[in-house]
Design a protein around this ligand. Structure first.
Ligand code: AMP
Length: 385
């Protein structure tokens, strides 16, 4: 596709990822049209919004007629909807890639097929199978829903075998609906993600590895490039490339990894732009959002190199006062325009610097001003090395 005439990118889902995709598309002369079932979807503040649910085929027909390419802000768009649209308009990533990433069992099976190890896992459909799975995988372990789990939701941690009863009480009803998987709990040293992009012509690139810190299963902070990750970069990139080629993937995706000793274990793959890549807006030569737009439209990809070091702090539940971030050097405030709600991602800030010493100093000062020194502690420690 060329940019001679302004193409229209359709985005399924109208959250902050769609919002940041639309903001990245605009300077390229790419228009966007977002579909969401909620008239309040925050992407609607910056892009035209079509309010429809995933089974409103009359609305989806109008949508398909108006757009050149369709992509996703949300990976849990029903597979039927994605397939239906793919019969009418180009959809990237392809519905098949989406389907694999929607199911933790299919995803981990694919990881193995591509040579990426994972925590031990067993599918669980009944209470008896949970007992067998515990015997096989051991404890501690995590019971997760196969589908529709995100940000630590749909998960139950088992410290001992006797926790099976409580785990089943929490998630047993989901067994028939979404299926369950029991995974060994990995005492990892750190979590990394590989952000990768693959173009329609097969051009494949990764950004420097990102280090991630979660609180209650929700991403709290990221640091990129992750310190001491150069030696892992090639292996991690190799795994991401193998997955992308196997799925004939087009667009940006994130591969989340646990690092344990010199082992890399695959946790999950997000078939879309990802929270751990938000730092790329200011911290990389081309952001994940811009490269995703370029990839799905078949345009040349941009340079994925980092400009220096970046730390990203997520705002979860509510926003702190913006003034401390706005007053800090090379700090970038992002308000998603969403109402406050416990556990909800409502914004983030990215702090950039040319080296680790300066970033440490800036982050320590900003975190203190925001009263968030505890949230920043692991990143400050990582920067100290
Ligand atoms: P998930 O929704 O599977 O990405 O899980 C959210 C977070 O929970 C991960 O980023 C990890 O911090 C933690 N987690 C998930 N699975 C495991 C595991 N098998 N072992 C240890 N921690 C885990």
């Amino acid at each position: 596709m060329s940019l001679d005439r302004q193409p229209v990118l359709g985005i399924l889902g109208g959250g902050q990822l769609a919002r940041m995709l639309a903001l990245a598309a605009a300077p390229l002369g790419v228009n966007t049209l977002v579909v969401d079932s909620s008239a309040d979807a925050c992407a609607g503040q910056v892009a035209p919004l079509l309010v429809a649910d995933w089974t409103d085929y009359a609305a989806l027909q109008r949508f398909a007629e108006k757009v050149d390419v369709v992509t996703f802000d949300f990976e849990n768009v029903p597979a039927e909807t994605a397939h239906w649209l793919a019969e009418r308009v180009a959809v990237f990533p392809a519905p098949r890639a989406l389907a694999v990433a929607q199911d933790r069992l299919a995803e981990k099976t694919l990881f193995h097929e591509c040579g990426l190890h994972t925590p031990a896992f067993v599918a669980v459909a009944t209470r008896e199978e949970l007992e067998q799975a515990i015997a096989e995988v051991g404890v501690p372990a995590i019971l997760k829903t196969r589908r529709l789990g995100y940000d630590g939701k749909g998960q139950f941690r088992l410290g001992q075998a006797a926790d099976a009863e409580a785990a089943w009480a929490a998630l047993g009803t989901q067994a028939a609906v979404h299926g369950l998987i029991l995974e060994a709990f990995v005492p990892f040293e750190r979590e990394l993600s590989v952000l990768a992009v693959r173009g329609r012509d097969g051009d494949f690139r990764t950004w420097p590895l990102t280090g991630n810190w979660h609180t209650d299963g929700v991403l709290a902070m990221s640091l990129a490039p992750a310190p001491d990750s150069e030696s892992l970069h090639q292996r991690a990139t190799g795994h991401a490339r193998a997955l992308a080629e196997r799925l004939d993937y087009v667009g940006v995706f994130a591969l989340e990894l646990f690092v344990k000793g010199d082992e890399l274990l695959g946790n999950e793959m997000a078939p879309r732009v990802h929270n751990s890549g938000h730092w790329t807006i200011e911290g990389a030569r081309t952001s994940q959002f811009e490269n995703h737009v370029r990839a799905v439209l078949g345009l040349p990809l941009g340079d994925t190199g980092a400009r220096g070091l970046s730390a990203m702090l997520n705002w979860i539940g509510d926003l702190p006062a913006a003034s401390a971030v706005l007053a800090a050097v090379d700090a970038h405030w992002h308000d998603y325009g969403k109402a406050s709600r416990p556990g909800r991602k409502v914004g983030h800030a990215t702090l950039c610097a040319s080296d680790a010493v300066v970033l440490h100093e800036r982050l320590a000062t900003l975190a203190a001003a925001l009263g968030r020194t505890q949230q920043a502690q692991p990143v400050l420690a990582a920067l100290k090395g």
